[in-house]
Design a protein around this ligand. Structure first.
Ligand code: AKG
Length: 269
């Protein structure tokens, strides 16, 4: 069975992103929201030394956000980014849904084992948040490019609270191949990221979008009362070789991580 229709794939090929609708029901949403808040507050039973945790900036400027290093950095909901969530059983169970396997099969080919390049919480707390400059999700340290990102809204994502902005059709080529993580020069931003071309990825809580990794995207600070919590997963071909020899956990295929192995019984998510 296929979850995405041929017409939807055509739209995705044209635009570089696709709205998948409300894939997370209200109970599942509550479980994910609770879990991420527990993690931020240091109350989750998991190995925090394995998790990259970055505090939000005080100024809203990208360069002022906290260091991106492993470990808990205090009991606060003001985290900007938490990575390595594939090692959390609640988030892993969500990541392993058949709809995401189906998408990976379409993009990477049947039988290709799939690894997690990163599974991260992205947060813009109320009246805070950090402006994220325009970039493509592409890195120079791999022998092939990760291509699939699934972005899920854990709160409503709106223009006011700093939803993701996208440039439709920008996924066809890499714009700054020499940058280690896909960021553009100021001149390239002027050329490729005119605000009038941008689409705002406004989503209700529980709605999910598929993004091609090369689709240019950015996001603003949060100018509202509502926090903007989100979960972003990048799936890659598990045969990908990283220049530094880093290993990435398998999500679909032989040897895949299992929520039950991570210490806590699989959740209902
Ligand atoms: O959630 C955001 O504001 C940015 C997300 C992003 O850059 C990503 O998911 O790759």
């Amino acid at each position: 069975m296929s979850f995405i229709t041929p017409a939807q794939w055509q739209q995705y090929d044209r635009d570089g992103f696709l709205f998948l609708g409300k894939l997370i029901n209200d109970d599942e949403l509550t479980a994910l929201q609770r879990r991420i808040d527990e993690i931020m507050l240091g109350k989750a039973r998991l190995n925090y030394d394995r998790m990259l945790m970055q505090l939000d900036s005080e100024s809203g400027k990208y360069e002022d956000a906290g260091p991106q290093t492993k470990g808990h950095k205090g009991e606060t909901l003001n985290y900007r980014k938490i990575q390595d969530l594939e090692y959390d059983p609640v988030f892993l169970a969500f990541m392993q849904r058949p709809v995401f396997r189906d998408i990976c099969t379409h993009v990477y080919g049947a039988g290709t084992p799939i690894a997690c390049m990163r599974a991260m919480f992205f947060n813009k707390p109320s009246h805070r948040g950090t402006k994220l400059p325009w970039h493509q999700d592409r890195w120079t340290n791999f022998d092939r490019d990760p291509l699939v990102t699934i972005w899920s809204a854990l709160d409503p994502a709106t223009r006011q609270n700093g939803c993701v902005e996208l440039i439709p059709g920008s996924h066809r080529r890499v714009i700054n191949p020499s940058h280690g993580s896909g960021f553009l020069t100021p001149e390239q931003m002027v050329e490729h990221c005119q605000q009038e071309k941008a689409v705002y990825l406004e989503l209700k809580a529980g709605e999910v979008a598929l993004l091609h990794n090369w689709t240019l995207h950015s996001s603003d600070v949060n100018r509202s009362e509502t926090s903007r919590r989100a979960f972003s997963i990048c799936y890659m071909d598990a045969n990908t070789k990283a220049k530094g020899g880093e290993k990435y956990p398998v999500i679909f295929g032989d040897g895949a991580l299992r929520p039950e192995e991570l210490g806590i019984a699989a959740s209902t998510v």
